[in-house]
Design a protein around this ligand. Sequence first.
Ligand SMILES: [Zn+2]
Length: 387
Amino acid sequence: MTKDRITLAFFVDALGSRLAGELGCFREIAPHAYRQRTILGYSCAAQPTILTGLPPSEHDHWAMFYRTSRSELAPLRHLDILPNAVGRHRRFRRRLLAAHRKRSGFTGYYNFYRIPFRLFREFDLSEKRDIYAPGGFDGDVESIFDILARDSVPHRVWNWKTGLDRALAELSETLANGPPIRFALLYTAVIDAFLHEHVGDASVVGAALKDLEAKISRVVARAHDSYSEVDLLIFSDHGMAETKGEVDLMDAIGTLGLTHEKDNLAFYDSTMGRFWFGNERARTDVAELLENMDGGSVLSDDDLRREGVFFDDRRYGELVFLMDPGMLIVPSYMGARAPRGMHGFTPDHEDSDAVLMSSAPLDPAPASIADTFRVMKGLLNRTHDHE
Ligand SMILES: [Zn+2]
């Protein structure tokens, strides 16, 4: 006996609109493709926008780290006594993260990367709770998972905590033998990780996407066996740009002779430098240096407002320097070397665009990643075709 209707949502991190179009991927199962403008920032800002339909200034998650005088990460500052060789070692950082997850009870996605430990006195995490579960956001911000819980909609979710093959196997098993569900969302970062290392290498990228397409197609076929109607969505949060060059922003700021954490405080993401100032001289010096620097530009408050990332309390930076597409800050607190591809540049660049592919045409056509939330919500409200 077939069950009723189901919505299947596959979230493929970093699958750009241009790449998806060129390779024609998922065309057979989701022929209606819509280019979507992403938001300024990284996945830690884009995913909340997809799950809530709101800009970062409203769901409050922009960068992974924000400045506060009451950071819950402050105890980590004591690790600053470790020699760099230990403190920056990958394996050490990985074990520390695992231990921290256990002790803190934080269920959100975070990483300490290469951030100097003493800075945790002033920087805290924006995603402490799992955003793929109800109650992931502060205040009255409602995500798709809050709606599913409130309306008691039977559903399953696989986020970054489960590997792709296991998640697909569990979804497949649920579709075939599990109790009926009305909605499933499966997130995967495999393409993001792959593109960071291989973007621009057409044959290996094509093969990786073909592999993913085959795996997802098999699960979708399983859904058609068990459910009378299957609404399929495959979408992303942003694209990936090829690295073109790097800038040693830390070194440039170092030439100003300012005392870090006194005159100024900086957070070096891979494509953004964010600055706070202890005095006017530091503000003027840093602003002047950045205004004259090649490879990026200072964002005005109007720029930030237009992108939905302006915060009155300046928790994410008093001054934001954004790199030009393909230009990276190296070294940064994220890494010591430049990967082959990166995202987090202006949403106006074509390689920044995300994509949403659907088994049925969508009206109105989704044009921004925030629309993905409305599309998912709309499908949940459908019971019969042509409704
Ligand atoms: Zn990425």
